[in-house]
Design a protein around this ligand. Structure first.
Ligand code: SF4
Length: 326
């Protein structure tokens, strides 16, 4: 059953992300996808973002590096011509001073994303190293509400209506925890009918069959700004859902990674539960640095358990990216 005693919305969110990595799509069979958490636009942040990818194109995208490309780099990389060209001839007028574009070209060249050279009259010329592929198939937003009751459903309704109308996502879902009873249709009354509802039973942790579709979503017309969609997909690619490894404190002696079925989630031995991202940080009153001895002898990973946890989560991310491009 989820939520269990002491489990937070954050814990639920991690399990949903891991499940999506294993089993997306819930109704239409396995699709390769990249999963990220806590991403969005200025007006709206989504708990889980699933970017369905074209495997070949995604494998080609990976050649552009492990980080997400920001809007300036995307402009340069996507506009880079096959032959040496003065950058102002190759790119559309950005609507802001060209010097910012020049800076982005220098940055892109330093990252080996494009090549540049001084051309005639000192004009900067550039060309592509490889073509930027069309790797994003669909963008799906998932709102996680482990304890969806009538008032939570009502509170969510407006946000979900905004998600449906924003033109960024191809599908919108609400993910909720199984309570032992089916989600009552009355709960769904206030929600836009286009939004799908998924119910999860994580009693035994994450398994591919942990999610059940209660209500199927409608495919939306994702006709909003395609550039914003691509930017969102790039950020999802760069961030993933294990980014808690950067913000939480695996270097605390109480920090552990615990298995919940096929998921590894953070666990705080001092609190006896999954800590939230907000509490597991430098200011945590129970923080206790791992003893120096852990960092030297007797620990199989150089740098101690904290570093080891970060490296492990990084490897997991890499493994899942490889799977999506197969
Ligand atoms: S004691 Fe605080 S910093 Fe240490 S693992 Fe627990 S929540 Fe994180």
């Amino acid at each position: 059953m989820f939520p269990g005693p002491g489990d937070s919305e954050f814990a639920f969110e991690l399990l949903v992300c891991r499940w999506a990595e294993l089993a997306w799509h819930p109704a239409e069979g396995r699709r390769p996808a990249v999963v990220a958490r806590q991403l969005g636009t200025r007006d709206r942040r989504w708990d889980t973002v699933v970017v369905e990818v074209d495997p070949d194109a995604f494998a080609a995208r990976r050649a552009f590096g492990e980080d997400g490309l920001d809007s300036d780099l995307l402009r340069v990389v996507r506009g880079a011509p096959a032959e040496w060209t003065w950058y102002r001839d190759a790119l559309d007028d950005p609507g802001f001073p060209w010097r910012y574009v020049r800076e982005a070209i220098h940055r892109a060249a330093a990252l080996d994303l494009v090549e540049k050279r001084p051309g005639a009259n000192g004009r900067i010329e550039f060309r592509r190293v490889r073509e930027y592929p069309d790797w994003v198939e669909r963008v799906v937003a998932v709102e996680n509400k482990p304890d969806l009751d009538a008032s939570a459903a009502r509170a969510l309704a407006d946000q979900l209506r905004h998600d449906v109308e924003a033109g960024l996502a191809d599908e919108v879902w609400v993910a909720t925890g199984a309570t032992g009873e089916r989600v009552s249709p009355a709960l769904l009354e206030d929600m836009p009918v286009e939004v799908g509802v998924l119910e999860f039973d994580f009693a035994d942790g994450v398994a591919a069959d942990a999610g059940e579709v209660v209500w199927h979503p409608t495919t939306l017309r994702a006709d909003g700004d395609p550039r914003r969609r691509l930017l969102l997909a790039e950020r999802a690619y760069g961030k993933g859902w294990r980014s808690f490894r950067e913000t939480m404190r695996p270097d605390c002696r109480h920090f552990e990674l615990r298995r919940r079925g096929r998921a590894l989630v953070p666990y705080c031995a001092a609190k006896g539960r999954v800590p939230t991202a907000a509490e597991c940080k430098g200011g945590c009153p129970s923080f206790s640095p791992e003893p120096p001895g852990w960092r030297t002898n007797g620990w199989p990973v150089e740098g101690g358990p904290g570093k080891g946890v970060r490296a492990l989560l990084e490897r997991r991310r890499e493994r899942e990216r490889e799977r999506a491009g197969e």
